[in-house]
Design a protein around this ligand. Structure first.
Ligand code: NAD
Length: 492
């Protein structure tokens, strides 16, 4: 089936090489690893395995490029190149969506409607946005005038996860390029393909050699750690697990790198009895199970006000049962395969923990019989009967698994929602305007949605509080991170 669809779309999986100084190159020692399709367990191709030496070559190229033709482009020319990257992504949308699906196991319909169009929009958005960025000036009585100018931060290291590979990579790359930086990218080892193609897309758009470099490899003792330790990397923009963020922070400390972190979450989805339950359920299905629940923003802790708890559960489980788990290339599929065998085992282990902790698996918790030998599939899973202190309620699972817990008062649910070391996002459902403002104001998270989920305006700040992140990206906030302000003081 997959071969037929892939062939009909004329897309062939590729062997992934590094992209350094405008050239595709193998690893110096020739080492490679396999890229596996999690929906079929088939080998898609090989991936060059980089380490210290490849990272060093890439950093040298990026450092040279910082002072080269990239710096000499006028703002208009740079905007044109950045817009062109977005244009080419759209021209190659079908191919990129297919390859993203083969790497990740996500439904092709999702890659085509979300991942790839958003990747293109990231470039179009920041190309337009940077034109409006100004700086400040202060007159100090009649003695001096101060004004500030913005300069690129330097060589940026971008380290990425596998769940929204091209979308998240371009979310960092676009503002970094907009501010005139050069970059070295370490894509997730499980999803190397669209990142590899981004090299030639940048080249075709007119990005000079050395401005964008891509080195494949693993995290610890590999390309990831070599990048975060490298003395000539000026800043690291990292998206991934909180525990990885802590390790990178230690290795980045040696050269005091600037850090922007988008980390894990265990996000509350709070449903008050006065909300419109049909609308709640439609969106909660997405915030629970879209992309197999492998989205950092997923609302995996659902709290429902007691008067509508039973009604919510009945409707929610009925709708979740209708979701189609299966072949990501089938247009009817809602939930594809989890990213890897290791991750599948990890997510499944939480279902066992839930049982040990006294939880009841209302639906899901297993692989559909017909998909057992095919790939790493798991049914949408709804767990009830767990106490707020259970591991399944507190730890990030990053799969199609949610817990539902009833609550009685506004104060109680705010306390439960905030009793976590994460603080990425939250959703609050209510038709009471005052309560919406009150609860949204009290929740400890970088983003709170009221009566919606995942609605994004790229001008707004994006990031997490507590152990869900450091700093904000989006709009002017991203451009702050990817540039340095210099004050110039002129004595009059
Ligand atoms: P991960 O932390 O395991 O890996 C992310 C990247 O870091 C990979 O490229 C990996 O190779 C690299 N890495 C791992 N160890 C490293 C080390 N010691 N030094 C340098 N690099 C290293 O995360 P993952 O499993 O790929 O992604 C899932 C996680 O990402 C979840 O926790 C999820 O919540 C989080 N995430 C957060 C956001 C956000 O915006 N906040 C978005 C997407 C995913």
């Amino acid at each position: 089936m997959i071969e037929q669809v892939v062939a009909s779309k004329k897309v062939k999986p590729i062997d992934c090489q590094h992209y350094i100084n405008g050239q595709y190159v193998p690893s110096i020692n020739g080492k490679t690893f396999e890229n596996i399709n999690p929906a079929t367990k088939e080998v898609l191709g090989t991936v060059a395995e980089g380490g210290k030496e490849e990272i060093d070559l890439a950093v040298q190229a990026a450092k040279r490029a910082l002072k080269g033709p990239w710096k000499k482009l006028s703002t208009d020319e740079r905007i044109k190149v950045i817009r062109k990257i977005g244009d080419i992504i759209l021209e190659r949308k079908d191919e990129l969506a297919m390859l993203e699906t083969l790497d990740t196991g996500k439904p092709l319909s999702l890659a085509s409607s979300l991942d790839i169009p958003r990747a293109a929009y990231n470039f179009h958005f920041f190309a337009d946005y940077m034109r409006g960025i100004g700086t400040e000036a202060f007159e100090t009585d009649s003695t001096a005038i101060n004004y500030s100018v913005r300069r690129p931060t330097g060589v940026i290291g971008i380290i990425n996860p596998w769940n929204l590979p091209l979308l998240l990579l371009t979310w960092k790359l676009a503002p970094a390029l907009a501010m005139g930086n050069t970059v070295v990218i370490k894509p997730a080892e499980l999803t190397p393909t669209t990142a590899t193609l981004l090299g030639e897309i940048c080249r075709d758009a007119g990005v000079p050699d050395g401005v964008v470099n891509i080195v494949h490899g693993f995290g610890p003792n590999s390309a990831g750690s070599a990048l975060s330790e490298h003395p000539n990397i000026d800043a690291i923009s990292f998206t991934g697990e909180t525990t990885t963020g802590k390790i990178i922070m230690k290795s980045a400390a040696e050269s005091l790198k600037k850090l922007s972190y988008e980390l894990g979450g265990k996000n509350p989805n709070i449903i008050f009895a006065d909300s419109d339950l049909d609308e709640v359920i439609e969106t909660t299905l997405k915030s629970s199970f879209v992309n197999q629940g492998e989205v950092c923003m997923c609302g995996s802790r659902i709290y429902v006000e007691r008067p509508v708890y039973d009604q919510f559960l009945e409707k929610f489980t009925a709708k979740a049962k209708e979701l189609v788990v299966g072949d990501p290339l089938d247009s009817k599929t809602n939930v594809g395969a989890l990213i890897s065998e290791e991750h599948y085992n990890r997510v499944k282990s939480y279902i066992e923990i839930a049982k040990e902790e006294g939880g009841e698996i209302l639906i899901g918790g297993k692989t559909p019989e017909e998909l057992k030998d095919k790939g790493y599939y798991l049914e949408p899973t709804i767990i009830v009967g767990l106490d707020h202190n259970c591991r399944v309620v507190r730890e990030e699972i990053f799969g199609p698994v949610v817990t539902v817990i009833p609550f009685d008062t506004e104060e109680e649910v705010i306390e439960l929602a905030n009793d976590t070391y994460y603080g990425l996002s939250a959703s609050v459902w209510t038709n009471n305007l005052r309560r919406a403002h009150r609860v949204a104001g009290e929740i400890e998270a970088g983003i709170v949605w009221v009566n919606t989920w995942f609605l994004r305006d790229l001008r707004t700040p994006f990031g997490g509080t507590k152990q869900s992140g450091i700093g904000r990206e989006g709009g002017a906030h991203g451009l702050e991170f990817y540039s340095e302000l210099k004050n110039i003081c002129i004595k009059l």
